[in-house]
Design a protein around this ligand. Structure first.
Ligand code: ADP
Ligand code: MG
Length: 253
């Protein structure tokens, strides 16, 4: 896509779980080459928003268009195949397999299907081709020296980056990350931030869902803030940082 082209249009999406409005008519757009930050306190509705976009949950109402196509009614598998890549909040690597093998499996990993199911489909593609693609993506994110290391031996920060490489192996147009910096140490956050800004500079579009406001603010010039399912603010980091409503949500809650 051309830089600045509309990649994702989220229009008044709503999710009710029984009487609870987890996502209350949220709208935002993502353009090509943009990192869009979605932040908010725990329970704000960030992951539910993520799950609505990726087809994990059906919408109560609203619409989601990806590259101009309505995707709200599609299965998560179909949405992934169209070019919406994602990582999972909890690391899903096979710890005793190599980093390279874990990423090669990504070519088969589909949203909402487990890694074991991916293993069953492995003979469908040429194994050599998958390994080649996996190597390329690991080099792209700076892990070219860890190809044959057991995934479980890597730091948590490196494992999160392996998961990003695995999502990249599916050649996504849009990458959705749910709290990739959670639990990372300062240096690991720095490394992750540099991988993400590198991808953005290559033109990747990213929706970055984070609890850690400082981490997001380093990476984006556009943020949406949610609290109790509702969009309470939208703007640049400079605007958000001094917004009394945001400060109240984070500190007063
Ligand atoms: P966040 O990711 O911002 O921490 P979530 O989207 O996980 O917030 O949760 C938003 C609200 O929706 C919370 O009150 C949570 O308990 C509720 N919720 C999330 N998923 C479900 C579900 N599957 N069933 C019922 N309630 C849910
Ligand atoms: Mg969450």
């Amino acid at each position: 896509p051309q830089h600045g082209q509309l990649i994702l249009e989220v229009d008044n999406i709503r999710k009710e779980f029984g009487g609870l409005v987890a996502v209350n008519d949220i709208s935002f757009n993502i353009q090509a080459g943009q990192i869009m930050g979605l932040i908010g306190p725990n329970g704000a509705g960030k992951s539910t928003t993520f799950n609505l976009i990726t087809g994990v949950h059906p919408l109560t109402s609203g619409s989601v268009r990806f590259m101009g196509q309505e995707i709200a009614a599609l299965s998560s598998r179909k949405i992934a195949a169209l070019g919406v890549g994602r990582t999972f909040q909890h690391v899903q690597l096979l710890p005793t397999m190599s980093v390279l093998e874990n990423v090669a499996l990504g070519a088969h990993l589909r949203v909402n299907t487990g890694i074991m199911q991916s293993l069953l489909h492995i003979e469908r593609d040429s194994e050599a081709q998958m390994l080649q693609e996996a190597k390329k993506q690991l080099e792209r994110v700076g892990l070219g020296n860890y190809l044959h290391e057991q995934a479980g031996n890597l730091s948590l920060g490196q494992q999160r980056i392996v998961e990003i490489a695995r999502a990249l192996a599916l050649d996504p147009t849009l990458l959705l990350l749910d709290e990739p910096a959670a639990g990372l140490r300062y240096k690991e956050k720095q490394e992750l931030a540099s991988v993400l800004s590198g991808l953005r500079d290559e033109g990747m579009s990213i929706l970055l869902v984070e609890h850690d406001m400082d981490f997001v603010m380093r990476l984006t010039n556009h943020l949406v803030v949610m609290d109790f399912g509702t969009r309470i603010a939208e703007g640049t980091p400079e605007q958000i940082q001094v917004d009394p409503v945001v400060l109240e949500a984070y500190l007063g809650g």
